[in-house]
Design a protein around this ligand. Structure first.
Ligand SMILES: Nc1nc2c(ncn2[C@@H]2O[C@H](COP(=O)(O)OP(=O)(O)OP(=O)(O)O)[C@@H](O)[C@H]2O)c(=O)[nH]1
Ligand SMILES: [Mg+2]
Length: 410
């Protein structure tokens, strides 16, 4: 079964720690340097949502995670991640590397906006003393760059499009806009929400002023590319103040305090077998004192003191979880073949887990697994309650489901 198709985009000003965040989340090694524009070509990888595995809830001794991992009862569910080049103010006018590379994020479902909460990089990404630059201003400018990028796409040939819609007798206007913007992952529900939020639901498209189109674009970006603010470099002096200011200034966006550098160091130490640490944990445990030199010990102590003890975690896992489970409101569903043993055809216990949007029905799930299953769907079995459910059954988080279809494949 294919892995989840959720795409998490990592964006932000240049030199704030985007690639560090990406490297920590995906354990891929990518270029990280303390200078602007280290990343030019996008980095693509797989990160994970962490969620208690349903095998624990069901009282089973273990599972046979296959399309995901299960670490001592914590299911790590893959999501695609993309790290792109950095932005600077005015990128949409061609400054820095411009904003064309955001096109790589056309299909992103959610954006992690990484900012330097410590204010130790100026608008151009040049290192400065902590507290010099205002992270609130940074978020405003970065959101503006993302909005300008979207506006550039939507406004292209806009008047021709509006004439077609208004004079061509198009009944489903939101549908027509969604179709036009489908390359950006825009769905009709997003358009309807954006029309309402900008008060343009009943106004003919050709009568919109450029200002109204701009307002609509901002709302469409909010609906189709929601943002989680990652207040990075929380380990540095001044970052706490920066974080508090961010929370105050952007009540409409989740703000997650984070130290991508700390997470990267912990994952590397864990991989090397020096510590025990799971992404998202509030602490780590040294397993092999003998392999820790004074310097490494000092680094780990500083991470514990300045990040974990103070903020509860490095924030990297929390940011991904927040983006996927809260902002996108995805739930976990486990398809099985045998609803009594919770196994697939090969006898593996709960091998697969899928992230699906809340509200997904049993039949829609069948389609996601295989078109044949969707087309010839008969009924499903809720393996937890052993109840038979119909096609319109709305899935709940941690459901274990067997799908029965005429042309059943599983
Ligand atoms: N103190 C501290 N430094 C960090 C943190 N995260 C990243 N850095 C440092 O910030 C600098 C830039 O990191 P990158 O990950 O290359 O930043 P980027 O946003 O990808 O930069 P570009 O690709 O050049 O736009 C490096 O020196 C990192 O070590 C953090 O949480 N704390
Ligand atoms: Mg980078």
């Amino acid at each position: 079964m294919e892995a989840s198709r959720v795409l998490v985009g990592v964006v932000g000003k240049t030199n704030v720690g985007k690639s560090t965040f990406f490297a920590a989340a995906t354990e891929l090694s990518v270029a990280i340097e303390n200078r602007p524009f280290t990343t030019i070509e996008p980095n693509v990888g797989v990160g994970y949502v962490r969620k208690r595995c349903v095998h624990v809830k069901l009282g089973l001794p273990r599972c046979d995670a296959s399309n995901s991992l299960c670490l001592e009862g914590d299911r790590m569910i893959p999501v695609r991640m993309m790290d792109v080049a950095g932005l600077v103010p005015g990128a949409h006018r061609g400054r820095g590397l411009g904003n064309k590379f955001l096109d790589d994020l056309r299909k992103a479902d959610v954006l992690l906006l990484v900012v330097d909460a410590s204010g130790s990089t100026d608008p151009e990404g040049t290192p400065v003393a902590p507290g010099t630059y205002d992270p609130v201003e940074e978020v405003r400018q970065m959101l503006e760059e993302v909005d300008e990028w979207m506006y550039g796409i939507i406004s292209k040939d806009w008047s021709r499009f509006t004439k077609q819609v208004d004079t061509g007798g198009v009944v489903d206007v939101p549908g027509a806009i969604a179709e036009r913007m489908s390359g950006l992952g825009v769905r009709k529900a997003h358009v309807i929400r954006a029309l309402e939020a900008s008060g343009l639901t009943d106004k003919p498209l050709s009568a919109w002023s450029p200002g109204e189109l701009k307002r609509f674009t901002v709302e469409l970006r909010r609906a189709s590319k929601p943002v989680v603010i990652v207040a990075n470099k929380i380990d540095l002096p001044g970052a706490e103040e920066g974080y508090r200011r961010l929370v105050e200034a952007f009540p409409e966006h989740p703000v997650v305090p984070a130290s991508a550098a700390a997470e990267l160091a912990l994952r590397r130490a864990a991989r090397a077998g020096v510590i025990r640490y799971k992404p998202g944990d509030p602490d780590f445990e040294v397993v092999d004192e003998s392999r820790l030199d004074r310097r490494a010990r000092a680094v780990l102590d500083a991470i514990r003191e300045r990040v974990l003890a103070k903020w509860g975690s490095t924030g990297v896992q929390q940011a991904i979880n927040k983006a996927v489970l809260e902002v996108l409101d995805m739930i976990a569903v486990y398809p099985v073949d045998d609803p009594n043993k919770f196994t697939d055809k090969q006898g593996r216990v709960l091998p697969d887990v899928l992230l699906v949007p809340r509200g997904t029905t049993a039949r829609q799930l069948a389609y996601m697994i295989h078109t044949d299953l969707g087309e010839t769907f008969l009924y499903a079995v809720n393996a937890v309650t052993k109840q038979r459910v119909g096609e319109s059954y709305v899935l709940r988080d941690d459901d274990v489901i067997k799908i029965v279809a005429a042309r059943g494949r599983r």
